[in-house]
Design a protein around this ligand. Structure first.
Ligand SMILES: *[C@@H]1O[C@H](CO)[C@@H](O)[C@H](O)[C@H]1NC(C)=O
Ligand SMILES: [Zn+2]
Length: 247
């Protein structure tokens, strides 16, 4: 019995053993805003990327494989490649947008499968292996952190949410940006979603003006933390029949 208990303790120690991915909730550099856009790719990605580019801003997109759209859809591939060429950064938001804390460790629909499929899509479409992962709903536990650690990734949360995905009105989202700009924290790691027309048309232009007027500059997540966005980069791959959300 004693040996059994010791074995369990050792097993637990091996699983957790400090081998947990780093979790970042805020930026570290002063006077910067990292705008992030979750849940794409979707039909507004190109517009958002272009609006940012026209304002000299680079931002970060945490993408799913099969959420609002299939990442391998022709239009989505074009949007992703265009935004990447414009200097925007891409991290994983995992495949189906499942709550990772409810999933088994491995197997189809497990934590690693949800992570791997999106990593593969980013490798194929952009030629990047993401080092940054945002867990859907911001939900994670030690198992999720352990999986991310084994996949050489950090978890990226946020410290400001404009409320676009939780039903806040345009006025309320703009007020949220006004309030955070007035509070003037050292830096801002802002959660937005690329899946709403209002985020593109009403919120983003307002946020850019409001935050710029307070002296912030806009950077990607890797820049605001001083870390690598990617484990490696290569040339994008050529589409094959495997670029398919149904398999
Ligand atoms: C892990 O990721 C970092 C970037 O965060 C990269 O520099 C390093 O080469 C990666 N290590 C492995 C073994 O892939
Ligand atoms: Zn999400």
């Amino acid at each position: 019995m004693l040996i059994y208990c010791l074995a369990l303790l050792v097993l637990q120690a091996v699983v957790t053993n400090g081998q947990l991915a780093t979790v970042y909730t805020s930026c570290t550099k002063p006077n910067v805003v990292a705008l992030t856009f979750d849940d794409g790719p979707y039909i507004y990605e190109q517009g958002i990327a272009t609006l940012l580019k026209n304002n000299g801003i680079k931002a970060t997109f945490f993408i799913n494989g099969n959420n609002w759209e299939c990442v391998y859809d022709d239009a989505m591939v074009t949007a992703l490649q265009t935004a990447y060429a414009d200097g925007h950064e891409f991290g994983s938001h995992t495949w189906h947008h499942y709550d990772l804390t409810t999933l088994p460790w491995d197997g189809t629909g497990g934590i690693h499968d949800e992570m791997w499929r999106t990593e593969l899509a980013l490798q194929r479409i952009l030629g990047v292996s993401p080092a940054l992962m945002r867990p859907p709903y911001g939900n994670y536990n030690d198992e999720v952190r352990s999986a991310a650690y084994l996949r050489n990734q950090s978890l990226i949360l946020w410290d400001f949410d404009d409320g676009d995905s939780t039903g806040a009105s345009v006025a309320a989202q703009q007020a949220a940006y006004t309030n955070v700009a007035n509070a003037h924290p050292n830096n801002i790691l802002a959660l937005n979603h690329e899946t709403y027309a209002t985020t593109l048309n009403n919120i983003l232009p307002f946020a850019i003006t409001t935050l710029r007027n307070k002296g912030y500059t806009f950077v990607t997540v890797s820049q605001c933390l001083g870390i690598n966005p990617y484990q490696w980069t290569a040339a994008p791959q050529t589409r094959t029949s495997d670029w398919n959300c149904d398999i």
